[in-house]
Design a protein around this ligand. Structure first.
Ligand code: NAD
Length: 436
C-alpha cells in the first residue's frame, strides 16, 4: 500500500530523531532538559532554539590499531561539533571505556554554552574514544591517538575545531595529535590542539587552569553566601587534573580537605588530608587507595560527609535523586561536566544548597586554552603571572554577570549561565542568518 503524499510529509516532519527526545536517557537528555528550562528566558531569540538541540556535525570513526601482541583491535571514536556560530569548535578529547555518542554530544553542547558564558570566540565541540587506556601500552596508546587524529583530521584544524585534554588524555597525547595533524598537513600546526607541552607551544598555566578557575569561582560564590573559604571543609570527587589542583589551591588557602574519592576508593580525615602528599601518592600509585593517615570510607558514604563545599570533579551523573538528600555541603562547585542530574539539581535547590554549575565553574581550562591558541597564532608567549591574572579577571567578571542574571530572574546559577550563553549563541546565529 502506498502512503498518500500528505501523510508521508507529516511522518517526515514528526518522526523526530531519537536524540531530539528530551526523555533520551543519558547526558544528552539532561542537556535537552536544560535547554527547555532556559527557553522561556530567550525572548524573540527562542525561535532559533532548535539550533541548540541538534549538533551541527557528528563524526563516528573506526580506530583500528595493531596491538603489541600482533593482533588487531578496533575502537569506536567520535568528534562532535555542536555549534560553530561564534567561532571554531573547541573542546576536549576523552579516552574512557564509558564514552558514547550521547555523552560526546552532551559534552560538545556544554562546551558551546561554556565558551559563550565566558565570551570566548569559540563554538562547542568534543571528542572521545571508547577505550580503557589503562589497558594499553604506551606504544598502543600512541598508535590509537595518531589513527584517531588522522580519522577526525577531515574536520579539525586551527580555524575549524581545536581539541584539548579531558579525562585520561594529557599533554603527551596532545603532542601526538599535533604531530599527526601536522604530518598530514605538511606543516607544523601548533594551533590545532591546546593543552600541549610548553616546548611545543603550550601555555604556561594551562595544566592548572581548570582547577584555578574552580577555585576562583568558588571564592566568589562563597562570598555571596557568607562562607569563609579559608575555614571551609571540602570534599572532592575525582583527584585528577581538575579535582587535584582545585584541592591543592583550596588547601593552600587554608581550607580543610576532609574527603577525596577517585576510581580506586574514598579516603577521609576529619582534621584534614595532607593534599600535597595525597597528590604524590596518586602520582606514584595511580589512585588514592592505600594512602596513610586517612580512614577508608565505603564509596556511597562519600556524599554524606560533613563538609561546607562539595566538588564533583570526575564524571557525569554522580549527584542523583538517590544521593542528593544526603549532601550536607552549603555549596556544590561542579568541576566535572554534567555531574548533577536535573532531578538532583531541583533537590539541592529546594534544600538551599547553592550549585555553581560546570558551564562556569570549570571554564578556566578552556579560557587558558584560548590564551594558548592566541599565543600560537601570534608566536608570542605571555608570562604565567599575566596568564593567571587574565584568567582570574575573566572568571570573576563572567561569574558576576551570571550572578546578576540569576538575581534579576530569580533562577538558579545554571539557568542564569544558560541564559547568558544561549543568548550570545543565538544572537550570533540570527546575525549570521541561515545559509543559503
Ligand atoms: P582526569 O583523568 O585527570 O581525572 C579524573 C579523575 O576522576 C581521576 O581522579 C579518576 O580516578 C576519577 N574517577 C574516574 N572514575 C571515577 C569514579 N567512577 N568515581 C570516582 N572517581 C572517578 O580528568 P580531568 O581532566 O580532571 O576531568 C575531570 C572532569 O572535569 C571531567 O568531567 C572533565 O570533562 C572535566 N573537565 C576537565 C577539564 C580539563 O581541563 N582537564 C576542563 C573542564 C572540565
Amino acid at each position: 500500500m502506498s502512503i498518500p503524499a500528505a501523510s508521508a510529509k507529516a511522518t517526515s516532519q514528526h518522526a523526530l530523531p531519537s536524540y531530539l527526545n528530551p526523555e533520551h536517557h543519558g547526558p544528552w537528555g539532561i542537556y535537552l532538559q536544560q535547554v527547555d528550562r532556559v527557553t522561556p528566558y530567550l525572548g524573540s531569540l527562542s525561535r532559533w532554539v532548535e539550533t541548540l538541540k541538534r549538533p551541527k556535525r557528528a563524526l563516528i570513526v573506526d580506530v583500528p590499531i595493531e596491538l603489541d601482541n600482533g593482533t588487531m583491535a578496533h575502537f569506536e571514536g567520535y568528534r562532535v561539533q555542536h555549534n560553530t556560530s561564534r567561532g571554531p569548535g573547541k573542546g576536549g578529547v576523552r579516552f574512557h571505556q564509558g564514552v558514547t555518542l550521547s555523552e560526546v554530544m552532551a559534552l560538545s553542547a556544554w562546551m558551546s554554552v561554556k565558551n559563550a558564558a565566558v565570551n570566548l570566540p569559540f563554538g562547542g565541540a568534543k571528542g572521545g574514544i571508547r577505550v580503557d587506556p589503562k589497558t594499553l601500552s604506551r606504544g598502543e596508546l600512541e598508535r590509537l591517538t595518531r589513527r584517531y587524529t588522522s580519522e577526525i583530521g577531515i574536520i579539525i584544524g586551527p580555524t575549524k575545531d581545536i581539541p584539548a585534554p579531558d579525562v585520561n588524555t594529557n599533554e603527551q597525547i596532545m603532542a601526538w595529535m599535533m604531530d599527526t595533524y601536522s604530518m598530514n598537513e605538511g606543516a607544523t600546526a601548533s594551533g590545532v590542539v591546546t593543552g600541549k607541552p610548553i616546548a611545543l607551544g603550550g601555555s604556561l598555566g594551562r595544566r592548572e587552569a581548570t582547577g584555578r578557575g574552580v577555585y576562583t569561582v568558588g571564592q566568589e560564590a562563597a562570598q555571596h553566601i557568607g562562607l569563609d573559604i579559608t575555614k571551609a571543609k571540602i570534599a572532592v570527587q575525582g583527584f585528577g587534573n581538575v579535582g587535584g589542583i582545585a584541592a591543592k589551591l583550596l588547601a593552600q588557602a587554608g581550607a580543610t580537605v576532609v574527603a577525596v574519592q577517585d576510581h580506586g576508593g574514598t579516603v577521609y580525615n576529619a582534621s584534614g588530608l595532607d593534599v600535597p602528599n595525597l597528590l604524590k601518592h596518586v602520582d606514584e600509585h595511580g589512585s588514592v587507595q592505600g594512602f596513610e593517615n586517612a580512614e577508608v570510607l565505603p564509596d556511597e558514604q562519600f556524599w554524606g560527609v560533613d563538609c561546607d563545599i562539595l566538588i564533583p570533579a570526575a564524571l557525569e551523573q554522580q549527584i542523583t535523586a538517590e544521593n542528593a538528600h544526603q549532601i550536607r555541603a552549603r555549596m556544590v562547585i561542579e568541576g566535572a561536566n554534567g555531574p548533577t542530574t536535573p532531578e538532583a539539581d531541583d533537590i539541592l535547590h529546594e534544600r538551599g544548597i547553592l550549585v555553581v554549575p560546570d558551564v562556569i565553574a570549570n571554564a578556566g581550562g578552556v579560557t587558558v586554552s584560548y590564551f594558548e591558541w592566541v599565543q600560537d597564532f601570534s608566536s608570542f608567549f605571555w608570562s604565567e603571572d599575566d596568564i593567571n591574572a587574565r584568567l582570574v579577571r575573566i572568571m570573576r567578571e563572567a561569574f558576576a554577570a551570571i550572578w546578576q542574571v540569576a538575581d534579576e530572574n530569580q533562577v538558579s546559577l545554571r539557568t542564569a549561565t544558560f541564559i547568558v550563553a544561549c543568548t550570545r549563541i543565538l544572537q550570533a546565529r540570527e546575525l549570521r542568518g541561515l545559509y543559503p
